[in-house]
Structures are given as C-alpha cells and as structure tokens.
Write a protein that binds this ligand. Structure first.
Ligand code: PAF
Length: 299
C-alpha cells in the first residue's frame, strides 16, 4: 500500500465518540441546510478508503468518516480481535482528504446493554460471502442502518470491492425508504493488481505474492470471455486450477452471478460479474469484476 498522509491545508478532523453528540450535530447541520457526505469504515484506511473520502469531499458540504470495528458482523473465530486499529494514523490520513468529523464510537454506546434490534436483508445475503459467513450481513446492515440514523447523510459512499455488501446495502436502503443516495466507487488496486484491503496487512511477503492470483484469475476470465467462452463452469474450473497452484491458497468460492440479483449463472452475459473469495494462509481475500468490457458493451 502506498498510502501516505500528505501535508494539506485542511484542519484536523474533529473526533466524536458519543452517539448522541454525533446525531445532534448532524441533525443541526441538516437544519442549517448542509449536505452531509458519509464514508463508513472499520478503519486502517488505505487508498481505497481515501478515494471514497475524496469523492465524498466533492459531494457534500460536510464530510463525515466513521471508524468502528463492528462486532456484530464478525463470526466466532474470525478476526475481530486482531483487526488492525490505529485512530491517530487514520485521523492523519483522513485529514489529507478534508474529513470534517470522524465518528469513532465505542461498542457499548452502539450496542448498549439490552440491545435487541437487527436488520436483515433476505435472499441476497444467503449466497457467496453470506453462505460462508453466516450472520455477517445481518451485522453489516444493522450497523449501517444505525450509522445512517446517527449521521443523517444525504450521500454515503462504499467501495465496489465489497460487491455483495454494496448490493445488500442498496437493497436495504431502498426497502426501508432511507433518504440516502448510496454510491458505489471503483475498486482501487495496488500497482500489481491486488485489490486494496485492510486485511492485506495480514499477509506475509510470500502470501502477498500468492494473493495476486485473485486479480490474475479475474484477468484470465476476461480473456476467456473475450475469446468466446460463455460456459460459466468451464471458466470456474480454469480459475480453480490456476488458484490451486498457489501453495497457501484455498478457494472459498468462485462464482459467476447476475450483477443485481447475485443469482449464479450457467451462461455468461453482459450482466455477469465474477466474484472470488480465497483464503491465502489464514487471510480471506475477496475480489470481483465484470466479465465484459462495460465501456464498449463487447467482451
Ligand atoms: O465495509 C466495511 O468496512 C464495513 O462492512 C462497514 C460498511 C463499515 C460496516 O461495518
């Protein structure tokens, strides 16, 4: 990752810990007619997050970043405890993009004693990452709906690397009539193609090299489609063989799905998206991409 905090003219963002204070502030900002742009994260910011913040800076009068490692979206045995956390580092990076407020609540304020309400999107959440991480999306939609209620954003920005998460949040926002524009932003990649992720920091140098197989698999799938291959199972088998050559890689899933319904497809078409989840060592990495060139409409 080449993220560096650059010296800028922006003042340091104000860090707010209290749910009540953040909500009161955002309600007051809205009452003054300010447009609020919001980027929810779990911190350990990288250039992917910074691209969301830079876009958010253009889209709002006030830019709010949340940093909260949300316990309800982690399953037993997942990396909740080891997830990287460094608020000072993140605040410096956030400053470089002009963030006004960082909302960094504690779990006991987000989920106080007696907390009992969860938001669940059906259908979209039972496949792909939802199949391997039961309860994960329930935690995501619960926290995002709470964050929307606290921060009162006009627009919220999410990365397309979490393609399924974005689809689920869009569904929830529409179904619950939440007055928020949900904007998906392109995946940001390292120079060698690895999709940026806070979890890349877990990889050893050799695993980091092996992790390139995800973006390489995506490129191979596009090449196959460009050459006329439309059989999803043939493409999946080719990719599985390629990923299987990496000594520390273990496939969670390789799926070709319709971009909106996330239903798996047997035949590739212009709505097809390839989604991958692969463990490299103990680190679970995801990546995705369309299989047709979406600018020309041709493969
Ligand atoms: O994508 C993430 O970082 C998290 O899932 C989110 C959306 C901030 C909810 O905790």
């Amino acid at each position: 990752m080449n993220t560096t905090a650059k010296t800028t003219e922006y003042p340091a963002p104000k860090i707010i810990r209290s749910v009540r204070e953040m909500q009161n502030l955002c309600l007051a900002l809205r009452a003054q007619g300010k447009r609020i742009a919001f980027v929810p994260t779990m911190g350990w910011l990288h250039d992917g997050h910074l691209s969301l913040l830079k876009e958010g800076r253009q889209r709002g009068d006030v830019l709010v970043l949340s940093i909260f490692v949300n316990p309800t979206q982690f399953g037993a045995g997942e990396d909740f405890d080891s997830y990287p956390r460094d608020l000072d580092r993140d605040a410096a990076l956030a400053r470089s993009t002009g963030v006004d407020f960082i909302f960094a609540p504690v779990a006991s304020d987000m989920y106080p004693r007696g907390y009992a309400t969860y938001v669940n999107v059906e259908g979209l959440t039972e496949v792909l990452c939802g199949a391997s991480r039961p309860g994960h999306f329930r935690g995501v939609t619960t926290v995002v709906s709470k964050l929307f209620t606290i921060v009162q954003p006009h627009v919220a920005l999410f990365g397309q690397k979490d393609f399924q998460q974005l689809a689920v949040i869009r569904r929830m926002t529409e179904d619950m009539n939440l007055p928020v524009d949900v904007l998906g932003m392109p995946i940001v990649r390292e120079a060698d193609g690895l999709a940026m992720s806070s979890r890349n920091s877990y990889l050893s140098p050799s695993q980091r090299q092996q992790a390139l197989v995800l973006s390489q698999a995506l490129a191979s799938a596009r090449t196959l489609v460009a050459a006329g291959q439309r059989d999803a199972s043939v493409i999946r088998d080719e990719l599985a063989a390629r990923i299987g050559e990496m000594p520390e890689a273990r496939i969670d899933y390789i799926q070709i799905c319709h971009q909106s319904t996330l239903q798996s497809q047997d035949v590739v078409d212009t709505d097809s998206v390839l989604l991958l989840a692969v463990y490299v060592g103990k680190t679970r990495l995801i990546d995705n991409g369309f299989l047709f060139d979406r600018t020309s409409g041709r493969s």
